[in-house]
Design a protein around this ligand. Structure first.
Ligand code: GLN
Length: 486
C-alpha cells in the first residue's frame, strides 16, 4: 500500500471505515513526513503531535465499538494561524500577537472538532494576511515544495505548502484578495474561496471584513467538496453569515458538463502575462470543449480597476480592524513607556511589520475627512461596477474561466516593489470585491516543472457548479502528481 500521507481524505476515510487502517496510523504517517520535509518547507508555526494522537485514539475507539464515522472523521487538518483556537497560539504571524493564545474556538475550528477531524497545528502566513509570498510573516518564510528557491504564494502560503508537500491532508486558509487561490496555483493544489457569507468568519482575525472568507485547500476537488460540507454552515455569531441550507457539495461532482456555458473574459488575457500560463489556459479551454461545454467570450469591463479599488478598500478596513492591537487588550506590549500615548505608539511601532504599517497608513489616509470622497467613496462605486459586470456576465454563462495568476511562482529573492506585488493579484481580487466564489485547480506545469493554476468563478452561492466543473477537469483532463522528493 502507498504511504498513508500520500492518500486523499476520501481514500483514507474509506480505509478507516473498512478497518484496514487506524487513525493513529494516519497521524504517525503524517508526522513522519513532517519530520522528513518540514525543515526545508516551513509550513507550520505550531504543531501538536501528542494532542493529535490523543484525538486519533478517540476515533479508533469509536471504530472498535462499531460506531459509524462521519465522512471526515479521523482526517488530519491544519489551519492558518489567523483562526482562533482555544488554548493554542494564534499569532497571525505577527510580533504583536507572538505571545497570544486563543481563548475560544473560531466557528470553523468548532466545526472541525465536531466532525472528529484531527487538528494537528497551525500554518504560516503573511502578517495579518497581507502579502502574496509569506515573506511578511514575522516568524519565517515558507518555501515552495516544487522549488525551494521559490515563494509558495500567500498569504495562506503555509496552508498551501502543507498540502503540496503532503505534510497534512487538508488545510484551511483565508482569502481577502486571492490568499487561498494564488498559493493554490503556485503550489499545485486545489483551493476554494467560497461565496462571501458562506463560511463563518467568527474567530477569524479580521483583515478586510467585507472581503475576507475562509476556505479549504486539498489534493483533489472531491476532498475540498467534502471539507466544504463540514465548514459551510450558517452561524449566528457572524452577522454576514447567510442563513441558507448547506447542499451536499459532493453530490453533483461527477455529473457531466455537456451544454454548460463557460465564459472567457477577454480582459484577463493581459499584456505581460506569462506565455506558458496563457497556453495552459488555452489548452484547458480546448479540454472543456471536448467535454461538451460551450465556450462564450465575455467582457468584464472594469477588471483593470480591481487592484486599485481593492488596495483602497482593504487597507481602509484593515486600518480600522487593527486599531484593537494597542498593547492593552492583547499580545505584545513595549517594555519602556512614559505614558499611555507612548505605550500605544511604541507597541504598534515595534509590533507591526512594514507591510502592515503601510496598509494602516494608506487606510487612514483614504478614510480621512479630506480624502474620503476622492478615494474611499470612489472605490466603493467602482466596486459596484465590478460586481455589476459579473451579474451581467452570469446572465449568459454558468461559470467563468480565467488564469489564476499572471505568472508561476517567482524566486524568494526577486525584488518586487509593493505596487508590483499588488498587481500579482489582478486575477483574484475581483471575486472578493463582488463576493462570488472562486476555485483554483492545477492545469499543468511549465517547462521548469512549476505548477500552473486555472481559476473558475461562479455565481453567488453556486459552489456546487464550480466544484462540478473543476472535478470534470481533474478526472478527465489533468491531475497533478505532488512532489515526493523534497
Ligand atoms: N495579496 C493580497 C494582499 O496582500 C491578498 C491577501 C489576502 O487575500 N489575504 O492583500
Amino acid at each position: 500500500m502507498k504511504k498513508l500521507y500520500k492518500l486523499t481524505a476520501k481514500e483514507l476515510s474509506k480505509l478507516l471505515k473498512e478497518k484496514k487502517i487506524k487513525a493513529v496510523d494516519i497521524v504517525n504517517s503524517i508526522f513522519e513526513r513532517i519530520n522528513e520535509v518540514e525543515d526545508k518547507i516551513g509550513s507550520f508555526v505550531y504543531l501538536d503531535k501528542e494532542n493529535a494522537l490523543e484525538q486519533a485514539k478517540k476515533v479508533d475507539e469509536k471504530i472498535e465499538k462499531g460506531i459509524e464515522l462521519k465522512p471526515l472523521e479521523g482526517i488530519p487538518v491544519a489551519i492558518k494561524d489567523n483562526m482562533v483556537s482555544n488554548g493554542e497560539p494564534t499569532t497571525a504571524s505577527s510580533k504583536i500577537l507572538s505571545n497570544y493564545k486563543g481563548i475560544y474556538d473560531a466557528t470553523v475550528v468548532k466545526l472541525i472538532k465536531d466532525e472528529g477531524m484531527i487538528l494537528i497545528g497551525k500554518t504560516n502566513m503573511d502578517e495579518f494576511a497581507m502579502g502574496s509570498t509569506t515573506k511578511t510573516s514575522f516568524i519565517k518564510e515558507s518555501k515552495n515544495p516544487w522549488d525551494l528557491e521559490r515563494v509558495p504564494g500567500g498569504s495562506s502560503g503555509g496552508s498551501a505548502t502543507a498540502v503540496a508537500a503532503q505534510e497534512v491532508i487538508l488545510t484551511l486558509g483565508s482569502d481577502t484578495g486571492g490568499s487561498i487561490r494564488q498559493p493554490a496555483a503556485f503550489c499545485g493544489v486545489v483551493g476554494l474561496k467560497p461565496t462571501y457569507g458562506r463560511v463563518s468568519r467568527y474567530g477569524l482575525i479580521a483583515f478586510g471584513s467585507s472581503l475576507d472568507q475562509i476556505g479549504p485547500f486539498g489534493k483533489t476537488v472531491e476532498d475540498v467538496a467534502m471539507f466544504m460540507n463540514v465548514i459551510a454552515k450558517h452561524d449566528e455569531m457572524d452577522t454576514t453569515s447567510l442563513n441558507i441550507e448547506t447542499p451536499d457539495y459532493t453530490k453533483n461532482l461527477n455529473e457531466d458538463i455537456k451544454g454548460l456555458k463557460i465564459g472567457i473574459p477577454k480582459e484577463y488575457f493581459i499584456d505581460g502575462m506569462d506565455n506558458e500560463v496563457k497556453k495552459a489556459i488555452e489548452n484547458a479551454i480546448e479540454e472543456y470543449k471536448k467535454m461538451g461545454a460551450e465556450i462564450v467570450e465575455i467582457s468584464l469591463l472594469h477588471t483593470e480597476y480591481a487592484p486599485s479599488t481593492y488596495y483602497i478598500i482593504a487597507p481602509a478596513e484593515a486600518s480600522s480592524n487593527l486599531a484593537r492591537f494597542d498593547g492593552i487588550r492583547y499580545g505584545y506590549r513595549t517594555e519602556n513607556y512614559k505614558d499611555i500615548k507612548d505605550l500605544y505608539i511604541k507597541t504598534r511601532s515595534e509590533g507591526f511589520g512594514d507591510e502592515v504599517k503601510r496598509r494602516i497608513m494608506i487606510g487612514t489616509y483614504v478614510l480621512s475627512a479630506g480624502y474620503y470622497d476622492a478615494y474611499y467613496k470612489q472605490a466603493q462605486k467602482v466596486r459596484r461596477l465590478i460586481k455589476n459586470d459579473f451579474d451581467k456576465a452570469f446572465k449568459n454563462v454558468d461559470v467563468i474561466l480565467t488564469p489564476a495568476t499572471p505568472n508561476t511562482a517567482f524566486k524568494l529573492t526577486d525584488k518586487k516593489s509593493p505596487v508590483e506585488m499588488y498587481l500579482e493579484d489582478v486575477f483574484t481580487i475581483s471575486a472578493n470585491l463582488a463576493g462570488i466564489p472562486g476555485i483554483v485547480i492545477p492545469t499543468g506545469k511549465n517547462k521548469n516543472g512549476l505548477p500552473i493554476g486555472m481559476q473558475l468563478l461562479g455565481k453567488h452561492f453556486d459552489e456546487t457548479t464550480l466544484l462540478k466543473v473543476a472535478n470534470n477537469f481533474e478526472k478527465r483532463a489533468y491531475r497533478i502528481e505532488l512532489p515526493d522528493n523534497i
